[in-house]
Design a protein around this ligand. Structure first.
Ligand code: HEM
Length: 226
C-alpha cells in the first residue's frame, strides 16, 4: 500500500485574525526558519554599510515618477515639520529625511531583530501603515501597484549588491543562503502588505482583536542600530 502523505489542517479564519499564526503558516510553506534567520544575521555586517545607499536608491526610484513622488506631499505619521509641495519636494526635504530614517532602521531590523511575535507585529504594521488605516493619523494610502513594483526592484537591487560581494566570495554556500533568506523575507513582508489590499478575509480583518492595536515597536524610539 502506498503511504498516505499527512495533510495538515490550517484554520482559514485564523489566517486573517491572528498575525502570528499567519506568519507561522507562511514560514512553514516557504521553509523560512532558523537557518534563514541565521543567514540574515550573518549578513548584517555586509548589509549595514549598504543601508544608506539602499535607502537613497529607494527614494530616487520613488521620486522618478510623479505618481509615487506625490505620495510624499501628504503629511505622514509622526512628522510635524514643514511640508514641501510637489515642485519643491526633493530628496533632502525634511519629510524625506524623516522617512529615510525610518527606512534605515527598518532595514537594520531585518538583519538584527529577534524574529518573535513583537517583530511580526512590526512587519504587519509596516504593511498596514501604507493604507489609510484608522490607527494612524495620516490619510496616506499607497496603492498596491507601487508597493509590488518597489518590492520587485528592491529584490533585484539586493541580489545585485550581495551576490558579487567580496566578503561572500569564499563562501558560496553562505551566499546562497543569504540570497534565499532575503528572497523569502521580502515575500513574507509583501504578504503583510498584500493582506491589507486584497479582498480575501476583509470581513475577518475588521473584527480581528489584534487589528485594533497599534504596535509600540518603532514608535517607542527603538532605533535598531547595529
Ligand atoms: C518594498 C516596499 C516598501 C517597504 C518595505 C516600505 C517600508 C516602509 C517603512 C519601514 C515605513 C515606516 C513604517 C513606520 O513608520 O513604522 C514606511 C512608511 C511609508 N512608506 Fe513605505 N515601504 C514600501 C513601499 C512604499 C511605496 C511604494 C511608497 C510610495 C509610493 C511608500 C511610501 C511610504 C509612506 C508615505 C510612508 C509613511 C506613511 C504614513 O506615515 O502614513 N512606501 N514604508
Amino acid at each position: 500500500m502506498p503511504a498516505i502523505p499527512s495533510i495538515k489542517h490550517i484554520d482559514r479564519d485564523r489566517l486573517y485574525t491572528d498575525r502570528l499564526y499567519r506568519y507561522q503558516y507562511i514560514c512553514e510553506v516557504a521553509n523560512f526558519g532558523e537557518e534563514d534567520i541565521k543567514a540574515l544575521k550573518a549578513s548584517a555586517s555586509i548589509v549595514a554599510p549598504l543601508v544608506p545607499a539602499i535607502v537613497d536608491a529607494v527614494y530616487e526610484r520613488l521620486f522618478s515618477y510623479k505618481i509615487t513622488k506625490s505620495v510624499f506631499t501628504q503629511k505622514n505619521e509622526g512628522f510635524t515639520g514643514h511640508m514641501d509641495d510637489l515642485d519643491h519636494l526633493n530628496l533632502t526635504s525634511d519629510t524625506i529625511k524623516f522617512r529615510k530614517d525610518f527606512l534605515k532602521r527598518y532595514l537594520v531590523k531585518l538583519v538584527t531583530a529577534e524574529y518573535d511575535a513583537k517583530f511580526v507585529t512590526y512587519l504587519d504594521w509596516v504593511g498596514r501603515i501604507h493604507t489609510n488605516t484608522p490607527l494612524k493619523k495620516s490619510k496616506i494610502n499607497v496603492e498596491y501597484v507601487h508597493v509590488g513594483a518597489l518590492f520587485t526592484w528592491l529584490h533585484g537591487f539586493l541580489v545585485e549588491a550581495l551576490d558579487p560581494h567580496p566578503k561572500l566570495a569564499k563562501d558560496p554556500v553562505l551566499r546562497g543562503k543569504i540570497l534565499a533568506a532575503f528572497s523569502k523575507l521580502l515575500w513574507i513582508q509583501n504578504d503583510f502588505f498584500a493582506k491589507y489590499y486584497v479582498l480575501d478575509g476583509q470581513d475577518l480583518l475588521q473584527s480581528a482583536p489584534e487589528a485594533q492595536a497599534r504596535p509600540e515597536f518603532m514608535m517607542s524610539g527603538s532605533s535598531g542600530e547595529l
